[in-house]
Design a protein around this ligand. Structure first.
Ligand SMILES: NC(=O)c1ccc[n+]([C@@H]2O[C@H](COP(=O)([O-])OP(=O)(O)OC[C@H]3O[C@@H](n4cnc5c(N)ncnc54)[C@H](OP(=O)(O)O)[C@@H]3O)[C@@H](O)[C@H]2O)c1
Length: 248
């Protein structure tokens, strides 16, 4: 698919992978809805995109709040008239051992990583079905195909994303001409670990940086562009991308 002139909604565009993907897609001529809660950060991303000649708008959106999502998608449609690509990227990872009972954090992960994906998908999919084309890209993780102690709920949410993606592909691929991809990165340099309140687990995650050269958000953007630019009859349903020196 030629990306120039297409319209994409990226959730979690205020930092990390979402920000990197937004900037890379803007360079390809994609018109972007930059969605997240921190509009000050989105403004910085927008300014950089515009400086490079790209087109985008800021969408204040909390993916856990269906009304906020509905309003955000309506704003995008008003701005650009259609939508072709959805990147369900917003996610959090406040991991902890089960027997520490950080139940609030479990619920937040379920709300953002699972319900958020459902909220945004259910708002965008009717538009893609109407136009009989589109591409939904969901951020799963290596934690959506392998299990790690300490990551129980996070793994559960990312296994959900992988399962939901592939079943969606089966149900809407042929029927509505919509491609679905789940991307499963290993370690990427972002601020994702900042929310880990368990000091031991956080230190463990931070120490990973000494063991390998992490992927960059731009590496993920490159892989996403490969997936999006594949010919229309090709659906890369899963993409597992790791640092070369990640041994597990
Ligand atoms: N970093 C890695 O190693 C790695 C590996 C595999 C998969 N992933 C996945 O990649 C995705 C992006 O993570 P990242 O690493 O780029 O982390 P990040 O830099 O912390 O970005 C997370 C993004 O999610 C947004 N977000 C969080 N809660 C939200 C909410 N309720 N509503 C709307 N947006 C929300 C944040 O924006 P606001 O706070 O402004 O709302 C932020 O833009 C996540 O799904 C993560 O699970 C990351």
């Amino acid at each position: 698919m030629n990306l120039s002139g297409k319209v994409a909604l990226i959730t979690g565009a205020s930092s990390g992978i979402g920000e990197g993907v937004a900037k890379a897609l803007a360079l390809k001529g994609v018109k972007l809805g930059l969605a997240a809660r921190r509009t000050d950060k989105l403004q910085l991303v927008l300014t950089e995109i515009q400086k490079q000649g790209g087109e985008a708008c800021i969408i204040e959106m909390d993916v856990t709040d269906k009304e906020s999502v509905t309003e955000g998608v309506a704003k995008l449609l008003k701005q650009f008239g259609s939508i072709d690509i959805l990147v369900n990227n917003a996610g959090i990872m406040p991991v902890s051992d089960i027997d520490t009972f950080k139940i609030d954090e479990w619920e937040k992960m379920v709300d953002v990583n699972i319900k958020g994906v459902l909220n945004v998908t259910s708002s965008v999919l009717p538009e893609l079905i109407k136009q009989k084309s589109g591409h939904i890209i969901n951020l799963s993780s290596i934690a959506g195909r392998k299990l790690f102690k300490g990551l129980s709920v996070y793994c559960g949410t990312k296994f959900f994303v992988a399962a939901f993606s592939d079943i969606m592909r089966m149900e809407i691929g042929k029927k509505h001409n919509i491609r679905v991809t789940s991307i499963q990165p290993g370690a990427v340099t972002t601020n994702l670990y900042d929310q880990i309140s368990d000091t031991e687990l956080r230190a463990g995650m931070e120490n990973l940086r000494d063991q390998m050269t992490f992927l960059s958000p731009n590496d993920i953007a490159d892989s996403m562009i490969y997936v999006m630019e594949a010919p229309d009859h090709v659906d890369v349903s899963e993409l597992f991308i790791l640092p070369t020196d990640q041994e597990w």
